[in-house]
Design a protein around this ligand. Sequence first.
Ligand SMILES: Cc1cc(CN)n(C)n1
Length: 330
Amino acid sequence: DTGSAAAVPINEVDIAYVTPVTVGTPPQTLMLDLDTGSSDLWVFSSLTPSSQVRGQEIYSPAKSSTSKLLSGHTWSIRYGDGSGSRGTVYTDNFTIGGLEVESQAVQTAQEVSSSFTQEQSLDGLVGLGFSTLNTVRPSSQLTFFDNARPKLDEEVFTADLKYHATGSYDFGFIDRAKYTGNITYTPVQQSPGYWTHSLSGYAVGSGAFQSTQIQGISDTGTTLLYLPTAIVTAYYRQVQGAQNSQYYGGYVFPCSSTLPTFTFGIEGARFTIPASYINYTRISPTSSTCYGGLQSSSGLGINIFGDVALKAAFVVFSGTNPPRIGFGTK
Ligand SMILES: Cc1cc(CN)n(C)n1
């Protein structure tokens, strides 16, 4: 089997991407954020207090003839950006792009943090990290990918995220029409549960490529690219008027700046992030100061290859044994 579904940016700066999924019988359609940086599948639901729901679609297990309570099981998750949610668990039929998993653990939110309430276009997340990260207790649950794996033509899923446009997620096949040349693969270290791998180096603009191993996680649920401070300062040194602002919590610069591109390496391959992806957003709608799509990872304890980097490539998440990740030019 295979599946293919859209990845739709939820706002004009691609802060996150959502994908239509269906839960239950008859199917209830929700727009979920497919997140390779976590492993919980959770949804706004009929159990979410109405004071915390602001325009989101909800899953109502009572309206599904195939829902089953996973009795005595709860979950609670906190993301790197401080957002979080918690609740109870049902199993039900779950499909993405025509690919169905029967009896998928669907984590129903009984509480969500304010940033989720404020994001009216996002109805929950589908964790596509390794199932070891799942927070359901007393018994942890499998991700959609792990449940779908036995029926997939190929043990892969791919991400084709786009800048200010709708991209796609595919399951079970690698679509040759979505990239040129070959996919370059590199090993993944699956503990503690992220898609952890290394970049082979970087270049700022037309500068020389610096060969250096940079370990981090490819995380479709994180908006920006977070790298070591030394690399980030070298980048913004090329930008007139750029500064690392305590007030805004990162590098800002005049929106009129000419930004350099940023190139990262995967083994011998090179992928260049256009300057426009790094001119991320105005710090407020009428401001002429802009916030960068490349920021320092020093506060995070981990480097994160988020959407700003991933949307510059066609990415293959391979669940083979051992797992690996592949990047193709598009
Ligand atoms: C909701 C959410 C998901 C992620 C990335 N895994 N972050 C940083 N926030």
